[in-house]
Design a protein. Structure first.
Length: 187
């Protein structure tokens, strides 16, 4: 009975605690590069672009009408509306920043531990920085460079992660083929 009421002693280990100043020195927040650029690539479209999209949607809607696919018709009309809005409304500017802790875009910080690799691409004479993340969402950050030099960003990011252009997938090749065969507007 005395074994039930016996006091137990816990073994403790000494843990060295670093002063707050030392911890701050290790991850001191410092801006390496900061710039503003549009949120997405933008190209002013002409009337031919809208009529081409409307003709394609109309033809597909007629086919789907015979198949009685009402939901697919509604989805296509919604996508046509999104394409119209994206082509007419210019994007707003967003601030991007590379710091000692990671990449800040749209007031959200992505730490270096969460970032995998980066590369550059071009669309409509705009340079886009792609950063692959280890996160489920977003899987990839895409930032326009605006007036900032590609070389400058490459120097900073290569110190933290790998510069790696991914191989083209089947979907990439299919999209390029379709874009060549069915051009929506003139270049």
């Amino acid at each position: 009975m005395t074994a039930l009421f016996k006091k137990r002693t816990l073994k403790t280990e000494k843990v060295e605690v670093k002063p707050v100043e030392e911890v701050k020195k290790l991850v001191e927040l410092k801006s390496l590069l900061k710039w503003q650029a549009p949120m997405r690539p933008f190209k002013k479209r002409d009337r031919e672009y809208y009529t081409t999209i409307a003709a394609i949607v109309f033809l597909l809607a007629v086919i789907l009408l015979f198949l009685k696919e009402w939901l697919l018709i509604a989805v296509m009309v919604a996508l046509m509306f999104v394409a119209y809005v994206l082509a007419t409304v210019p994007p707003e500017k967003v601030e991007h920043e590379i710091t000692t802790r990671g990449v800040v875009t749209g007031e959200k910080t992505y730490r270096w531990e969460d970032l995998r690799s980066f590369w550059f691409s071009r669309k409509w004479k705009e340079v886009i920085l792609h950063v692959e993340t280890k996160l489920g969402f977003p899987g990839r950050l895409m930032m326009l460079l605006g007036e900032v030099e590609e070389k400058k960003i490459k120097e900073i990011l290569q110190k933290q992660m790998e510069y790696e252009v991914p191989e083209e997938t089947f979907m990439d090749r299919s999209a390029k083929w379709l874009q060549k065969k069915v051009p929506l507007d003139k270049e």
